[in-house]
Ligand binder design. Structure first.
Ligand code: ATP
Ligand code: MG
Length: 387
């Protein structure tokens, strides 16, 4: 079932050494769905020391009995069967114990579709994950309220999987997640960001709507939606554009969002550039070239697609954009018909070269027919003489 040579090799070696061992988690789920999987996790009935002894280059990871095993080009995580208890911080278990059976290990996992194990031949599915996979449902293993109360990250994981897999939360699971959404504030920004980005990049990011409506992400600059988030589902798969559209649709706080979740300054600047472009009045070819010159914060075609999804009024820019693509009118100095070397050959030095190229571009933006080597050469010469 799982087509991954390294994982099968690890599984075989563990089993050949008398250990009960399984592939678990997302790889089992995604293989059954026929989707490519991210990483392969394995579980074995053995101590971390016993597992590590079988593989050269194995390393212990964290304090929860996980061993990293390099195999082929990849690194796999093999975890001992375990149970978890006592989550006083609404995120980490206070106690982790070795479990005796795979069923016990699967019972600590978040959703039924993530709580299946495969031993190379047989699927172990005590919580009917396969049935939920077929029905495209996410359902907690055990009592949903207890599970979300134990670990707030599961709340975000629910909505991330809803979006990624285009599944729905089972009614009780969904209601419990929304009830405990307020605990998201205890999570570190980096984890929220990771899950949020994965949710946004999924098939149905609008699945986040009910979560946002609780106000649980207000501390991260995301208020409850006042309009539908359905346009998000139509956007190109680009993190910047999807984050921009989310903030735009929510009226979110860009700076707070980036700061609390650890996005870079450049990312924040690109978000601002997108908003500037979105509100620019762009109905003529000239206006489009001016806009492109300012920088959109992203690749133009994708940016326009995103703008159209958020505001169909932006469809008006398509004819201009198509003409722009056909004629390749210059909107950066690199698109000018005169190389910087030619400006240097005229005697320009240092910053002067860039300044002259910018002035040439100013002229070419207004009159694209000026973008010919001879014309630009003469203009550059005249500019140099003026200085
Ligand atoms: P993907 O790798 O596509 O993100 P995944 O389901 O494999 O999805 P991982 O974070 O790799 O997610 O975790 C592996 C498995 O560990 C999950 O399938 C689930 O069984 C379990 N798991 C992960 N995080 C939690 C959690 N917070 N609570 C309970 N079980 C969890
Ligand atoms: Mg995984």
């Amino acid at each position: 079932m799982i087509q991954d040579a390294g994982a099968l090799q690890i599984l075989n070696r563990l089993q050949a050494n008398g250990m009960e061992a399984y592939v678990v988690g997302g790889a089992v789920r995604d293989s059954l769905l026929g989707r490519p999987f991210q990483d392969v996790d394995l579980a074995a009935k053995a101590s971390p020391g016993q597992i590590a002894a079988l593989f050269s280059g194995a390393r212990f990871l964290g304090r929860f009995g996980t061993v990293q095993v390099p195999m082929g080009q990849k690194v796999y995580e093999v975890t001992c069967f375990r149970t978890e208890s006592g989550y006083t911080d609404a995120r980490h278990p206070d106690q982790v114990c070795l479990a005796q059976t795979i069923r016990q290990d699967l019972s600590r996992r978040d959703f039924t579709v993530n709580a299946m194990a495969w031993d190379g031949e047989r699927l172990v599915d005590p919580f009917l994950g396969q049935k939920d996979l077929q029905a495209r449902i996410l359902r907690c293993v055990g009592d949903p309220k207890r599970r979300f109360c134990e670990d707030s990250l599961r709340v975000l994981r629910l909505f991330r999987f809803e979006s990624q897999l285009d599944f729905c939360g089972e009614a009780e699971t969904q209601a419990a997640a929304l009830l405990f959404a307020k605990n998201l504030a205890v999570l570190p920004g980096s984890r929220v960001r990771e899950e949020l980005v994965r949710a946004l990049m999924g098939k149905r990011p609008s699945a986040l709507e009910p979560l946002l409506a609780t106000g649980a992400l207000l501390a991260f600059g995301l208020p409850g939606p006042k309009q539908s988030l359905a346009p998000l589902d139509q956007l190109p798969q680009n993190t910047l554009l999807r984050v921009w559209a989310l903030l735009h649709l929510l009226g979110g706080q860009r700076a707070l969002f980036c700061q609390s979740l650890g996005f870079s300054k450049k990312f924040l600047e690109n978000l601002a550039a997108l908003s500037r472009a979105f509100f620019a009045d762009c109905t003529t070819d000239l206006a489009l070239r001016r806009l492109l010159r300012q920088g959109l914060g992203g690749e133009p075609e994708q940016v326009f697609l995103a703008f159209c999804a958020v505001d169909p009024g932006w469809n008006r820019v398509w004819p201009c954009w198509q003409r722009q693509c056909r004629h390749r009118y210059a909107y950066t100095t690199r698109m000018l018909a005169l190389r910087p070397a030619s400006v240097v050959a005229l005697g320009a030095r240092g910053e002067q070269v860039g300044d002259i190229l910018q002035k040439l571009l100013d002229a070419v933006i207004e009159q694209p027919q000026l973008n010919e080597p001879g014309k630009l050469f003469l203009m550059a010469k005249a500019l140099l003489n003026q200085e």
